[in-house]
Ligand binder design. Sequence first.
Ligand SMILES: NC(=O)c1ccc[n+]([C@@H]2O[C@H](COP(=O)([O-])OP(=O)(O)OC[C@H]3O[C@@H](n4cnc5c(N)ncnc54)[C@H](O)[C@@H]3O)[C@@H](O)[C@H]2O)c1
Length: 276
Amino acid sequence: MTDIRKDDRLKGKVAIVTGAGSRAEGIGNGRATAVILARHGAKVTLVDTVAQWAEETRRLIEADSGVCQIVEGDVSDPAACHNIVARTVEAWGRLDILVNNVGLAGPRGNAIEVDVEAWDQAMRVNVTSMMLMAKAAIPEMLKNGGGSIINLSSVAGLQGGHPSLLYPTSKGAIVALTRAMASHHGRDGIRVNCIAPGTVYTPMVASRGMTPELRKARRERTLLGTEGTGWDIGYGALYLASEESRWVTGITLPIDGGATAGARSSPVPPSEPDKG
Ligand SMILES: NC(=O)c1ccc[n+]([C@@H]2O[C@H](COP(=O)([O-])OP(=O)(O)OC[C@H]3O[C@@H](n4cnc5c(N)ncnc54)[C@H](O)[C@@H]3O)[C@@H](O)[C@H]2O)c1
């Protein structure tokens, strides 16, 4: 595990992280976020469709004297979302932070190729689930005078060039959903922000079978020339969850090694002076 500095900036706060497990060994964005929030004092409900996949997250948190519980549930199901929130409030009496992390790659293909049923299903998991969790969570946040909601988009939702249509469409919708929710609930003290991870190396990516060459090409697309991890995403969530970001709402924070800032410029050869 990366060296996570510990402080109690989230002491007394209660959080839900959806998709807090991982299909394989390693550190996904949800797992890292849950561990970092707990490390900074929050009590955390770990949500996953497969409770077993959240066990390793629980182990990491409890090994560090953090407090968490696992609630199994599918966030595309409204009843499950209500149960997740109810179980959280039952355990710790309040809700302050919701991290909508669940997201799938979804069906491949362009508009001609993509399977329509698979499209509807993936839009429900990637986008509708965030509304459903917010619908259940916001009334509880209002009881404490506000809260922080953090939605996981992707740089694929900010730029063109993705080979499939579903994934960037759903991730772009999350940016718009974030802005709209920020304007609806800001006066009630609820901040809504979005993180757009770049090409971080997580179990989700590894499970698709990534060659060393492809990993190198992904690193090269960043301005820093390095690979991101789930911890980088988790630290962004920590900032957006805590009081340090009290005047921040409606934003999309790319965490991408600079990939969306532009391509790295090539050095100008000495024989060709830069004419501006
Ligand atoms: N890894 C990357 O490079 C990358 C890049 C950009 C954006 N993202 C985004 O980050 C988020 C997830 O990252 P991760 O690394 O935690 O992924 P992950 O694949 O490790 O998934 C985390 C967990 O979500 C659970 N899950 C899936 N569908 C669910 C549902 N309907 N209800 C409840 N749980 C469900 C899975 O069982 C899994 O354990 C996604 O929104 C993804 O689009 C990832």
